[in-house]
Structures are given as structure tokens and as C-alpha cells.
Design a protein around this ligand. Structure first.
Ligand code: HGY
Ligand code: MN
Ligand code: MN
Length: 434
């Protein structure tokens, strides 16, 4: 017997199975698991389009099929699982996140959103509930951007911010092309990549920061995502003998790289750019030999700012500094090359969806707070085509993430997915586009 959606969504409350959710998170985390040499902790390395990612994708597809979903894969490898509603003609409600990870990940970043959406479907089936609108759950390709250099790639192409060709041409550090790797793992799908705007999109994600923990709250309602700027900087100098070459004759990109790292931190500390955050996450000199002055230094600069004007000013400062870097060396000859990797503006989330999440959480007995996301998410891409917002779940250990210590409790994960479930239930019973 299925409960028709004639009963209002508000009178229907959907409980989820927290143990099943936790078991799915644990099972998926085994794929790409590694033991961190320094801490002995078990982390996850499931970077996009690797064999590990392919194995995780196949497991997810099996779970989706077992949950009765109609599974499709689009031209950039985004995986969609559709659950029919009473009226298939209505635009669906979508929920998802990503299962690709950085190289030193935990078990929750992205996976909580994908497996949480799957848990919603499993729970609807268990209770024989049919929603008015179809539900579609999604695992986006290359959200992290750490292998091919552009984050939120699959969702950005789906909404048209980037093109499929731009994505296919991206290469990883060993020169392998994105398009070839996607075909190699068998996930270069047929479904056209451009997404029809759904009725709404909701993403559940671990906060990846300390705010909820410090406020003593399990859940947060996300108001938007800060601006992100990634660029690669390559500094060319002159390899020389470490012993015989007088300092005044050196063109040492290692020195210039160090000056850049200090400059980036000075920009943050100056306060001139509001709440700027800056990270040089990748820094390699070559040939990397003890008795050779480096001939090249490669760095990445990741800037984040909740304010677009401050971000633009910080980027201009950095560009001017890089322009003047050759003149700041003991000898002429340094060459600077920069390449933009990723750039997104500050993205506000939909007020109505935020309000719905807040009400649902309150009905379920949760106090929440509104907060901006420090990390990028696929939801920021979906916000361009449909009303979108996110549910944050508290992280432990000061909310550390992109680290094997990333952790949230089974209770907080279940609470976040229960709020996701009942938010989707409400949205999927809406007849008109609000
Ligand atoms: O880098 C980020 O903010 C996200 O984890 N891709
Ligand atoms: Mn994520
Ligand atoms: Mn991440």
C-alpha cells in the first residue's frame, strides 16, 4: 500500500536508518583506504577517475540499482539515480554530492551527501511512500579538482559554466587526459551533460570546519559559498652548482617561491582583503637535488574570500607581486608563468530552501545556525539553475577535513540525513514552482 502524497508533506515524517547509512559510509571508505605513515590513521585516497574511484562508482551504481533507481551516466561521468514520483512530468527534486576524494581524505567529505540521499530513497521504499515529484540523487564527477586541476568540474559542466571540451582536455600531473581516463574507467556516459533545471537541489555535507562544534550544534543551514581562486605559478631560474656559484650570480626560483609564500601570508594578515584565506598547498622545486640550485619551482595558490571585491583586490595584489618578483632577485633572469586553474564567485543559496531546512530541523527538535561554507561544493554550481541550499553536519576534532582525522558521529550524520529526507519530502510534494 503506498501513501499518496495527498497527505500533506508536513504530516508525513520520514525516519531514516542511521545504522544502514553508517554501514554504507564505512563500506565505501574501504575503497581507496590507506594507512597514513605519520599518524597510523586510515585515510581515503579515491581521486577522480582512478581505479579506486571507478570501484567506488560501480559500488554506488549497484546500490542505486538495488534501491530500484533508474541509473544513468552523463557525458562527464555524473551518475544519476531517478526514483519516479506520482507525476513524472513534474520537474524532479535533486540531492547529491561527490564520492571522489582528495589524496588524504576521511570518510565523509562528499560521501555523506551521496549516501545520505541514497538512504532517503531506501527509507521511502521501506515505508512505501511515493512523492508527487520524482527524486533524483547524484554523484558528481571530480568535485575535488585535485587530480585534473579544476574543482566542481562535473557539476560546472552540467550547468554550463564550463564546456565538455574544456573538461576533456584537462590533464593530470602525468599528462593523462580527463576524457581518456573517463572512457578508460567506463563512465563516459551517453546521457547529454546539460542538465534540465530541477525543482530544487539540496546537499548534505560535513561542515569541514570548527563552527558548529564550537557552537554546540549538530546541524547548520548554509547561506552560500565563498569565492574561490586557484592558480598555478611556475618560476623559472637557472640550475647551478650549490658550492661554486656565488650568491650574487644566482637566479634561484626556490628563493622566489619562499618570497611568494611569505607574501601570501602577509596579504592575509594585512586585513586589506577582509576575511581572505590563502594556501600554497603544492610547492616543488626541480631538479630537487641537494647540490643543485633549483632551475624551476612550481606552486599552487588557493585564495578564498566571502567577498568578491576583496577577492579581486587580493588577486590584483598577487598579480602585481608576481610581476615585480624578477626585479626582487639578486640577479636578473627569473621568469614567472601563471595559469588559472579554477575561479568561482561568492554564491548565495536560496532563502526559501534555507527556510525549509530550518523549519524541518526545528520540527525534528534541532536548533540550527546559518553559516557560509568555507569549502566549495557542487551545490554552488546547481544554484545557477535551481533554488539550492545545503545542510551542514558537525565535524569533530575542530572540524578537520581533507585529512584522515575527518570525523562526524553516527548520531550527527543520521540527524543531518533525517533533515535532508524531510526537506526533500516537502519539496517533492510541492505542485507549483515557487
Ligand atoms: O576545495 C574545496 O573547497 C572543495 O573541497 N572542493
Ligand atoms: Mn566536498
Ligand atoms: Mn573536499
Amino acid at each position: 500500500m503506498t501513501t499518496s502524497s495527498a497527505t500533506t508533506a508536513a504530516s508525513r515524517r520520514l525516519a531514516i536508518d542511521g545504522d544502514r547509512l553508517w554501514a554504507s559510509l564505512t563500506d565505501l571508505a574501504r575503497i581507496g583506504a590507506y594507512t597514513d605513515q605519520t599518524t597510523g590513521l586510515v585515510g581515503v585516497n579515491r581521486q577522480s577517475l582512478t581505479d579506486e574511484d571507478a570501484e567506488g562508482r560501480r559500488l554506488l551504481v549497484r546500490w542505486m540499482e538495488r534501491a530500484g533507481l533508474e541509473v544513468t551516466v552523463d557525458e562527464i561521468g555524473n551518475i544519476f539515480g531517478r526514483r519516479e514520483g506520482e507525476d513524472p512530468a513534474l520537474a524532479p527534486v535533486m540531492a547529491g554530492s561527490h564520492i571522489d576524494s582528495v589524496g588524504t581524505a576521511g570518510a565523509f567529505d562528499g560521501c555523506l551527501g551521496v549516501l545520505g540521499a541514497l538512504e532517503v530513497v531506501r527509507s521511502l521504499d521501506e515505508r512505501g511512500l511515493t512523492t508527487r515529484r520524482p527524486l533524483v540523487i547524484i554523484a558528481w564527477t571530480e568535485e575535488e579538482g585535485v587530480r585534473f586541476g579544476t574543482d566542481m568540474l562535473g557539476s560546472a559542466v552540467a550547468v554550463g559554466r564550463l564546456t565538455l571540451d574544456q573538461a576533456y582536455e584537462l590533464t593530470d600531473s602525468s599528462g593523462l587526459a580527463f576524457g581518456d581516463e573517463l572512457a578508460r574507467i567506463g563512465f563516459r556516459g551517453e546521457r547529454p551533460v546539460r542538465l534540465e533545471p530541477p525543482h530544487a537541489y539540496v546537499e548534505c555535507h560535513i561542515e569541514q570546519g570548527p563552527v558548529l562544534l564550537r557552537q554546540g550544534l549538530a546541524l547548520g543551514v548554509v547561506t552560500g559559498v565563498q569565492a574561490i581562486s586557484w592558480q598555478k605559478v611556475t618560476l623559472y631560474g637557472r640550475a647551478a652548482h650549490a658550492g661554486t656559484t656565488p650568491t650574487e650570480l644566482r637566479v634561484d626560483p626556490g628563493l622566489a617561491a619562499a618570497q611568494l609564500v611569505v607574501r601570501v601570508r602577509e596579504m592575509v594578515d594585512s586585513g586589506r582583503y577582509g576575511r581572505l584565506r590563502a594556501t600554497v598547498g603544492h610547492l616543488v622545486t626541480s631538479p630537487g637535488l641537494p647540490s643543485v640550485v633549483p632551475e624551476r619551482a612550481e606552486l599552487t595558490v588557493d585564495l578564498r574570500n566571502p567577498d568578491d571585491a576583496h577577492m579581486a583586490a587580493a588577486e590584483a595584489d598577487l598579480a602585481a607581486f608576481l610581476e615585480g618578483l624578477p626585479q626582487a632577485q639578486p640577479a636578473p633572469g627569473l621568469r614567472v608563468e601563471t595559469r588559472r586553474m579554477a575561479r568561482t564567485r561568492q554564491v548565495p543559496f536560496d532563502e526559501r530552501i534555507q527556510k525549509t531546512i530550518t523549519e524541518v530541523a526545528s520540527d525534528l527538535g534541532h536548533e540550527t545556525m546559518r553559516l557560509m561554507s568555507g569549502a566549495g561544493h557542487d551545490a554552488q554550481e546547481m544554484a545557477a539553475i535551481t533554488p539550492t541550499a545545503m545542510v551542514f553536519v558537525r565535524g569533530q576534532y575542530d572540524g578537520i577535513s581533507h585529512n584522515p582525522r575527518e570525523f562526524s558521529t553516527p548520531e550527527d550524520c543520521a540527524a543531518g540525513v533525517t533533515v535532508l529526507a524531510n526537506t526533500l519530502l516537502r519539496l517533492a510534494d510541492e505542485t507549483s514552482d515557487a
